[in-house]
Design a protein around this ligand. Structure first.
Ligand code: NAP
Length: 526
């Protein structure tokens, strides 16, 4: 494959130059509603098969790359993305309507997380090596020599969301963590930002070529989720699925993966309202500053974040605090949403909250674009939220619901009733610590990330981060889609019992030629 100079509208599949399905999509500038060039040709099922077969064929070569080779490949991807930065940022701004500063930040996050995974691969701790040496003299039976390492599961299908055209897309965290695990990747490009996907995907294809890897290590497919995406998830060569987006899309892929003759895991990150609990001490502080910070998080990126703080619990009577928040919301102007479809589902979400009995507390102003609806604040009681599943459901966009609670018992009861979440925050002063301690066990069961005195938007990419949580926040609460622990999703342990030394992989050899941190007979071996 030769490097692509610009947009072609064609999928990236090693060695494939077959015909398209006849269907296609054009990106739309969400601010103006104008269609953009070029047309992106949807692939046929034969092309899905070609990509999956190529990924399967590449697996054994790719997974046996040394830590240095694999880290070098990841670093090359980051460098190729940096080389294409201007073009990628320009196109992502055009296709998403997101401000340039946000997209520039996302580009930096994307290359930063790829480089973080490269460092992790070099360190090698993700290989999770454990060695239990033979005990020939053990009575009554000798113990065998057993050596464990983690290997990649096989080719991974990745579905990114509309709201992160870079950090969760064609070269996002799922792609980086699967490649770090030693798995070839096939991305189903999102139809809201196909040009961004092609430009970023071309950077990976260039790195594959530069590093002399098989072309099947990375493919990017254009097509409809319900056709191409489903065919991909059902393909026998695919051994895991990573998804970020709507609950409907995630659960459809879970059903497909579970119904295969060989079911495979799906790591879907879907929906969350990220409950915010304000305790009495915090509610007696600087209300205007608190309201400004809350509304800043609520309206960031037009509220189109899975970490958006959709539900805020405040102690009754909540007068002053609700008034301060309402005043801050009323001053806000709508920002361009990602697609007309997302704007429509935002309006449906507002109608759902009203129908469920929430009161409209304040409405900001519409933006200049027809696709920039006003932020809205709703109010209700905690008792109403407890009774109504509709008030517990995420509205994707800048819609906040403030619910007042009468007692800590009522607050605990409503938190217990909430579905699984990505995050939960407690806003408190020192005088609230005893009350907060009573909530922590409930929130630990509900969410993957608990935050003290902070807002959930903005997710650090590091080693300790958990961007996950119980269903429906994700399909598998044992994992995270952000941070280096994300690699674990795409690995499985293999052990070698009584293997001759010359047949052992380097990771588990006595001499530790890769200098890995390992456990020897249960003890750390550095
Ligand atoms: P999405 O519609 O779920 O799409 C994500 C990706 O999955 C796309 O590539 C899509 O393909 C594919 N897909 C969707 N349904 C599928 C199915 N049944 N089978 C196979 N693949 C499927 O997510 P989104 O575009 O980010 O958001 C759209 C809607 O989800 C909005 O209404 C939004 O309110 C809601 N939502 C999003 C998030 C988020 O974090 N992104 C969170 C909560 C709610 P196509 O391009 O062909 O559709």
């Amino acid at each position: 494959m030769t490097a692509r100079a610009g947009l072609t509208g064609r999928s990236i599949i090693a060695g494939w130059d077959g015909a398209g399905s006849g269907e296609s999509v054009r990106a739309v500038d969400p601010a103006s509603g104008q269609e953009l060039n070029p047309e992106f040709e949807f692939v046929t099922e034969a092309a899905v098969d070609a990509a999956a077969v190529a990924a399967g064929a590449a697996f054994d070569v790719y997974r046996e790359t040394s830590p240095a080779e694999r880290a070098g490949f990841l670093e090359r991807i980051a460098a190729e993305l940096d080389d294409r930065r201007e073009a990628i940022v320009d196109r992502a701004c055009l296709e998403s309507g997101l401000p340039r500063a946000r997209i520039e930040g996302e580009h930096g996050r994307t290359t930063g997380q790829i480089r973080l995974f490269a460092r992790e691969v070099r360190l090698g701790s993700h290989q999770g090596v454990r060695i239990d040496e033979a005990q020939p003299d053990r009575a009554p039976l000798p113990a065998p020599d057993v050596r464990q390492r983690h290997i990649g599961v096989g080719p991974v299908a990745v579905f990114g969301p509309s709201n992160f055209p870079l950090a969760f897309s064609a070269t996002g965290g799922d792609v980086a963590s699967a490649l770090a695990a030693g798995c070839p990747v096939i991305v189903k490009a999102h139809n809201a930002h196909p040009g961004t996907a092609e430009l970023a995907g071309s950077a990976v294809a260039a790195a594959v070529e530069a590093c002399g890897l098989p072309g099947g290590v990375y493919s990017l497919l254009f097509g409809a989720g319900r056709v191409v995406g489903q065919a991909l998830a059902a393909h026998p060569a695919i051994k895991a699925v990573a998804f970020t987006g709507s609950q409907a899309g995630g659960t459809a892929l879970m059903a497909t993966a579970a119904a295969r003759p060989e079911p495979v895991p799906v790591y879907a990150e879907m929906s969350s309202i990220n409950p915010q609990v304000v305790l009495a001490g915090a509610a007696a502080g600087d209300l205007e500053a608190f309201a400004a910070a809350y509304v800043g998080s609520l309206t960031l990126g037009a509220g189109q974040f899975c970490t958006n703080p959709g539900l805020l619990f405040v102690p009754a009577p909540a007068g002053g605090l609700v008034e301060a928040i309402a005043a801050a919301v009323a001053e806000q102007t709508g920002q361009v949403m990602l697609t007309a479809g997302i704007r429509e589902s935002y309006h449906e979400g507002l109608a759902r909250l009203e129908a469920a009995g929430a009161d409209r507390g304040a409405t900001g102003s519409d933006g200049e674009s027809a696709n920039a609806p006003a932020p809205v604040l709703f109010t209700a009681t905690a008792a109403q939220v407890l009774e109504s599943p509709d008030l517990q459901e995420e509205v994707f966009g800048s819609a906040g619901l403030v619910a007042s609670y009468e007692s800590m018992d009522e607050l605990r009861a409503v938190l217990e009733a909430l579905p699984g979440q990505l995050t939960a925050s407690i806003h408190m002063t020192e005088s609230d610590h005893a009350a907060a301690a009573g909530l922590v066990p409930v929130l630990e069961r509900k969410a993957g990330r608990l935050i003290a005195n902070g807002w959930p938007t903005g997710v650090e990419v590091n080693h300790a981060m958990v961007h996950g949580g119980p269903f429906p926040a994700t399909s598998d609460p044992r994992s995270t889609s952000v941070g280096t622990l994300a690699i674990r999703r795409f690995q499985r342990p293999v052990c070698y019992q009584n293997f001759p030394p010359d047949l052992l992989p380097d990771a588990v050899r006595d001499a530790n030629p890769l200098s890995l941190a390992r456990r020897l007979n249960g003890e750390p071996q550095l």
